[in-house]
Design a protein around this ligand. Structure first.
Ligand code: NAD
Ligand code: TYD
Length: 353
């Protein structure tokens, strides 16, 4: 079996659903269930013995040790993190604790566990660290996309904490020989994404007739990847990635935020027309995010060359699926828009207009 951390969050839950369907191997899912963790994401696995859920913190070393001793996983796939840049600006402490100290705790537990393995078990064990393209910093308009060899230049508390965790993972390989592999992926979108991130936020606000907040001039560029493609990339890297290597994962799909928002509005006009007029009327420019990175782009040639992975979805097919999913899962959206969510919206957007 494998141990997944953060499996009740957006990408982790998609990964577990995909893993059980594609591989069928049991998963132990260690997740603290912060505001971003939601077991409803895994409702399809209720009663399925292949998914074992454990609610705890990745910083709880005794729990991690006990899980490794009891289940003897062949791999750890580490998603658990604080993941939202705006929250990291309002309160960086939790990002340092979970992303840095949590990764350190997992690495130490993995090192002790792996040190006690022998033969094929030891040979085949992997620690797969899921990271982000944001560690590379911001690109100018004409710069080539991020390659694995780009220097790390993180600019937000979030990306700095992820960069720190990447460095720890690298060091545990070089110093202790721990068989690690790291993936650095671009912006994901798809089912179960918490509506604090751009794409689900825009859908939720549009359907509620609320303003669609665009930071700055809306011309910041991100590369967008459908979450199912990211899950497939992680499976591919786990199966064949070279130990100690990093792999950039991206969608070959750079777009300015304003284009993303207008695309969603046009799809909503088509699938759920609003009597009040076109959704684009709700676009509202608001104060920019401090330190807002201008452009991210990913050169994903290494993972394609070495492991044969390429995204299956285009942005057109992926965003259409995603809009449909949100329209069909309005109950899920309503459940996650709890009191704590409303408080966050007040805090982040209250003084931007
Ligand atoms: P998310 O915020 O949706 O989910 C994070 C999950 O981790 C939640 O279930 C939460 O409960 C859990 N968690 C948080 N702190 C924990 C702790 N201390 N102990 C145990 N569990 C804890 O995040 P996501 O978007 O699914 O991202 C998953 C991973 O992928 C992160 O490491 C993130 O940096 C990385 N990543 C995300 C994106 C993206 O676009 N979302 C892109 C590239 C990389
Ligand atoms: P986000 O989904 O927070 O991802 P990240 O900051 O990790 O890339 O934001 C994606 C882009 O959208 C980013 O450039 C910030 C911008 N954005 C807005 O313009 N308005 C919003 O309300 C949010 C949440 C993001």
């Amino acid at each position: 079996m494998i141990l997944v951390t953060g499996g009740a969050g957006f990408i982790g839950a998609n990964f577990i659903l995909d893993w059980i369907a594609a591989v069928g191997e049991p998963v132990v899912n260690l997740d603290k269930l912060t505001y971003a963790g939601n077991l409803e994401n895994l409702a399809a696995l209720e009663g399925d013995a292949r998914h074992i859920f454990v609610r705890d913190d990745i910083c709880a070393r005794a729990t991690v040790d006990a899980l490794l001793a009891q289940h003897r996983p062949r791999a750890i796939v580490h998603f658990a993190a604080e993941s939202h840049v705006d929250r990291s600006i309002h309160g960086p402490g939790e990002f340092m604790r979970t992303n840095v100290e949590g990764t350190f705790t997992l690495l130490e537990a993995a090192r002790a566990y792996w040190g006690g393995l022998a033969g094929a078990e030891r040979e085949n064990f992997r620690f797969l660290h899921v990271s982000t393209d944001e560690v590379y910093g911001s690109l100018g308009p004409k710069d080539p996309p991020f390659a694995e060899t780009n220097p790390y230049e993180p600019n937000s508390p979030y990306s700095a904490s992820k960069a720190a965790s990447d460095h720890l993972v690298r060091a545990w390989h070089h110093t202790y020989g721990l068989p690690v592999v790291t993936t650095n992926c671009s912006n994901n979108y798809g089912p179960f994404q918490f509506p604090e991130k751009l794409i689900p936020l825009v859908m939720a606000n549009a359907l509620a007739g609320k303003p669609l907040p665009i930071y700055g001039d809306g011309m910041n560029v991100r590369d967008w990847l459908y979450v199912g493609d990211h899950c497939a990339a992680i499976r591919t890297v786990l199966a064949g990635g070279r130990v100690g290597e990093t792999y950039n994962v991206g969608g070959w799909n750079e777009m300015p935020n304003l284009t993303i928002v207008k695309t969603i509005c046009a799809l909503l006009d088509e699938m759920k027309p609003d009597a009040g007029g076109r959704y684009e009327r709700l676009v509202t420019f608001v104060a920019d995010r401090p330190g807002h990175d201008r452009r991210y782009a990913i050169d994903a040639r290494k993972i394609e060359r070495e492991l044969g992975w390429r995204p299956a979805e285009t942005f057109e097919t992926g965003i259409r699926k995603t809009v449909r999913w949100y329209l069909e899962h309005q109950d899920w959206v309503a459940h996650v828009q709890s009191g704590a969510y409303r408080e966050w919206v007040r805090k982040n957007y209250g003084d931007r207009e």
